[in-house]
Ligand binder design. Structure first.
Ligand SMILES: Cc1cc2nc3c(=O)[nH]c(=O)nc-3n(C[C@H](O)[C@H](O)[C@H](O)COP(=O)(O)O)c2cc1C
Length: 378
C-alpha cells in the first residue's frame, strides 16, 4: 500500500543511503515556523480575545485556506470577516465550505473563551446573509463577557485534533457504540455497516476521480500545493507536502506543480493510487446535515463538524472529510444526487459535511498562519 507515510519512509531510507550529509539535511526540513501557531496557543497575549483567537486559528477548514479575518472592536468585541481572496471558486462556487470552515472557527473561539472564563455571544451575519457568494459583510459579531461559564470537555482534544488523510486500519472495525456517541445529534448521521460502506467507498472514489480529472478543479488544488519547507513556511496554508521525502521528490522533478496535475504523469498516477487505497480503507462514515442551506445553517454545520472531529479524537478515531460529492459544479451533479439519495437526504435538507472514519496513524499538525497575521489593522 502506498501512502504519504510510506513515501516518507522511502524518502528517509534514501536519505540514509545519502549518508551523514543527507541525514543532517533531512533533520533541518521540518517546517517549524509553519507549525508555531500550534505551540503559541495558550501562551497568553494579555487580551482574552487574542487568547481565544490563537486557538480558533487551529480550526479545520477547506484546503487549509484559513479564510478568517478579524477586526477587534472596543475592549470586548470583534468582527469576523471572510478573506475573499481565500475562497475556492472552482470546487466551492457558492462559498459553502468556506462558510462551514468559518463556523468551525467561531466554535473553537467560543470554546477557548469558555476555558478562560468568558462567555462568547456570537451574532451570525449581523448585516444580512450574503448570497449567492460571500461578500465584504461581516460573518459574525462576537462579544466576550466575563462570567461563570461551563467549560467544554471537548476542548481537551484541541491540540490532538487532525484531519487524517491516510489509510485506515481495515482489520479494525468500529464499534456501533462509538458511532452512536459520535452522531447522537439531530443533524448527524453515520454508518459502520459494511454493506453500506462498500457502496460509499465506491461513490467517494468516483467523486475523487471527477474532481481530479476535471482540469479546472484539479488545477485549483495544484495551485495550492506547497512543496518542502521553504514553500510551506512562506505560505503556511493550502495542501502541504512537507518533510525530506516530498522535498527530495520535488527537487528531483519526480513530483512538481507542473506534472502532478497531468493525468499522463507518474506523479498523478501515484497520487490516484494513494487515494484509491485510502478511500477504500474507510471503516465507516459520518455526516452532518442541515434542514436548508442558509449561511447561518452553514455556520452551524461548522460548529457541529469541529465538535464531531474533537469527539472522534477523544474516542481514538480518525476522521477524514470527503467533500468531493458535496460540491456544486455541473460535472459533480450526478454523484451529488447519488450521495444524497443513498443517505436518504431529500431537498431542502442537504449534506454539509461527509467524512470517512476509522483507526488511523498519528500525524503531524498542518501549517497555520500566525494569529496576528489574520488581524485587520485598525
Ligand atoms: C468544510 C470542510 C471541507 C473539507 N473537505 C475536505 C476534503 O474534501 N478532503 C480533505 O482531505 N480534507 C477536507 N477537509 C479537511 C481540511 O483539509 C483540513 O481541515 C485542513 O487541511 C487543516 O488540517 P487539520 O484539520 O488537520 O488541522 C475539509 C474541512 C472542512 C472544514
Amino acid at each position: 500500500m502506498v501512502s504519504r507515510r510510506m513515501i516518507l519512509k522511502t524518502g528517509v531510507a534514501a536519505i540514509v543511503v545519502l549518508g551523514v550529509g543527507g541525514g543532517i539535511w533531512a533533520g533541518t526540513r521540518n517546517p517549524d515556523r509553519a507549525l508555531a501557531p500550534w505551540r503559541q496557543a495558550g501562551t497568553g497575549y494579555g487580551d482574552a480575545r487574542l487568547d481565544a483567537l490563537a486557538y480558533a486559528v487551529l480550526s479545520p477548514n477547506p484546503h487549509n485556506r484559513q479564510p478568517w479575518l478579524v477586526q477587534l472592536i472596543g475592549d470586548d468585541a470583534l468582527d469576523l470577516y471572510c478573506d475573499l481572496d481565500r475562497r475556492l471558486p472552482e470546487t466551492d462556487p457558492f462559498d459553502r465550505q468556506i462558510t462551514v470552515g468559518l463556523g468551525c472557527f467561531s466554535e473553537l473561539f467560543r470554546m477557548a473563551a469558555a476555558e478562560a472564563g468568558y462567555k462568547a455571544t456570537i451574532v451570525p451575519f449581523p448585516d444580512g446573509e450574503p448570497s449567492p457568494r460571500l461578500d465584504s459583510r461581516r460573518v459574525a459579531r462576537i462579544r466576550l463577557v466575563k462570567e461563570i461559564v461551563k467549560k467544554d470537555q471537548l476542548f481537551d482534544a484541541v491540540f490532538d485534533r487532525r484531519s487524517v488523510k491516510e489509510p485506515f486500519d481495515i482489520s479494525k472495525p468500529i464499534a456501533s457504540t462509538l458511532l452512536a456517541d459520535l452522531v447522537s445529534g439531530e443533524r448527524h448521521g453515520g454508518t459502520v455497516d459494511m454493506g453500506v460502506i462498500t457502496g460509499l467507498r465506491e461513490l467517494s472514489w468516483n467523486a475523487h476521480e471527477v474532481e481530479t480529472l476535471t482540469p479546472r478543479t484539479m488545477q485549483e488544488s495544484v495551485d495550492l500545493m506547497r512543496f518542502g519547507k521553504t514553500e510551506i513556511e512562506a505560505n503556511p496554508d493550502g495542501i502541504d507536502f512537507g518533510g525530506p521525502a516530498f522535498e527530495l521528490m520535488n527537487v528531483t522533478g519526480l513530483m512538481t506543480r507542473e506534472n502532478v496535475g497531468d493525468p499522463a504523469s507518474t506523479s498523478f498516477k501515484q497520487g490516484m493510487k494513494i487515494y484509491d487505497e485510502m478511500l477504500h480503507s474507510a471503516m465507516g462514515y459520518v455526516w452532518i446535515t442541515s434542514a436548508g442551506n442558509t449561511r447561518t445553517q452553514q455556520l452551524i454545520a461548522g460548529r457541529d463538524w469541529v465538535r464531531l472531529n474533537l469527539r472522534a479524537t477523544q474516542l481514538g478515531l480518525a476522521v477524514h472529510p470527503l467533500s468531493q460529492a458535496l460540491q456544486e459544479y455541473s460535472e459533480m451533479d450526478e454523484l451529488y444526487a447519488a450521495l444524497h439519495k443513498s443517505l436518504g437526504i431529500e431537498a431542502p435538507s442537504r449534506l454539509q459535511m461527509f467524512a470517512r472514519i476509522g483507526y488511523g496513524p498519528r500525524i503531524e499538525p498542518s501549517p497555520r498562519w500566525p494569529m496576528k497575521t489574520r488581524l485587520i489593522k485598525a
